[in-house]
Design a binder for this molecule. Structure first.
Ligand code: DHK
Length: 359
């Protein structure tokens, strides 16, 4: 696979331009890092930067690779020419913004390029570029259909057909709008390649109409609508990551769909402890609890196993150690960090997949 990363105006100044917003990494460091990382993933990454709208339109029109990652920078907010160019070609274009444009000045909140781009990834710093390349690679890896389960634009999930069981994935990201379902997309693709159906869910998040109870209700509605999916799977396995586990566990214990197994990867289930200990995500957890979310998420009768790494810098492993002790749950304790768990190449994911067969 071959992808082009295009950075628009003023991004040649990365590293010195407003480092508090765009960071201290230079453009050449960003590009070299992407090329090296791509190589490690078997993906060819090429890079271009231009301050000129016409050059960006020409690049979109003429690129003959598999997809484009584009940070249109200030052109995002004005350039119908770039939006039209994207609409005029079959090459998928994923838009990236380093900063969270939806939480900045009002004029930056809307991107006309988003209206035609395949996906917009924003507010995740430079990591957003890798996420965009990975998303493009995942789109090409296994066909999918985006299936709607409710009226909001985020009430959707990507359904991939593989066969045997149905694996429903609930991504994490501290319930924040900038973290979307591409977080669990590599697992969803891997599950399909291994011969299962997968449904990778989106839900409303804080900043985009979510919070409590909306985010929980979205996941519950999705689980309740499984019987309407085009799937012949006999069993339903839920896989959740991080803050997505709180939504998944809450919804699974209430859903009319029988969930045969819940695999919770580095879960946040104890909002009370998250707040009390000032963990990452404490402010968001407080917002949920103040709106009525339970401090401790009940797992109901759903068979649940936890996978959590000792070196997790986002959700302390102690949260899972305590929960597993209290509830007598299987806890696969490993040496890995928070995000290794959502890498399908990890030993931890291999362990989780084995667990699905065993249940
Ligand atoms: C970069 C720019 O240059 C701005 O004009 C956009 C975008 C935001 C970014 O976050 O990467 O408004």
């Amino acid at each position: 696979m071959r992808f082009l990363v295009v950075n628009g105006p003023n991004l040649n100044l990365l590293g010195t331009r407003e480092p508090e917003v765009y960071g201290s990494t230079t453009l050449s460091e960003l590009e070299a890092g992407l090329v090296d990382w791509g190589e490690s993933q078997g993906i060819e990454v090429e890079c271009e930067q231009s301050n000129d709208e016409t050059t960006i339109v020409d690049l979109i029109q003429t690129y003959d690779g598999d997809g484009i990652v584009l940070n249109p920078a200030a052109f995002s907010h004005t350039s119908r020419a770039i939006a039209d160019a994207i609409q005029s070609v079959v090459t998928p274009v994923v838009e990236v913004h380093i900063s969270n444009i939806r939480a900045r000045e009002p004029w930056r909140r809307h991107s006309v390029v988003s209206e035609t781009a395949t996906r917009t990834i924003y507010g995740r710093g430079l990591q957003g570029y890798r996420a965009a390349v990975r998303h493009l690679a995942n789109r090409l890896a296994v066909d999918f259909e985006t299936v709607r389960y409710g009226p909001h634009q985020d009430n959707v999930g990507d359904l991939r057909h593989g066969g045997e069981d149905l694996v429903v994935l609930v991504h994490g990201g501290l319930w924040l709008q900038e973290h979307e379902r591409d977080g669990t997309e590599s697992l969803a693709v891997d599950v399909a390649k291994r011969g299962h159906d997968s449904w990778n869910l989106e839900y409303r998040r804080l900043g985009s109409g979510g919070g409590w109870p909306a985010s929980g209700h979205d996941v519950l509605t999705a689980l309740d609508s499984i019987s309407r999916l085009e799937t012949s799977a006999a069993r339903v396995v839920l896989v959740s990551h991080s803050a997505g586990s709180q939504l998944a566990a809450w919804a699974a214990s209430r859903s009319r769909t029988q969930i045969d197994l819940h695999i919770a990867l580095a879960p946040i289930l104890d909002l009370g402890a998250t707040i009390e200990n000032g963990d990452v995500g404490a402010d968001q957890a407080r917002a949920l609890v103040e709106a009525g979310a339970p401090e401790m998420t009940s797992l109901g009768e759903i068979p649940t196993v936890i996978v959590h790494g000792d070196t997790d810098q986002v959700v302390p492993v102690q949260r899972s150690v305590r929960l597993a002790d209290q509830l007598g749950l299987t806890h696969h304790r490993t040496g890995c960090g928070h995000f290794s768990l959502i890498d399908p190449a990890s030993d931890e994911w291999a362990w989780a997949v084995d667990r699905m067969r065993m249940s």
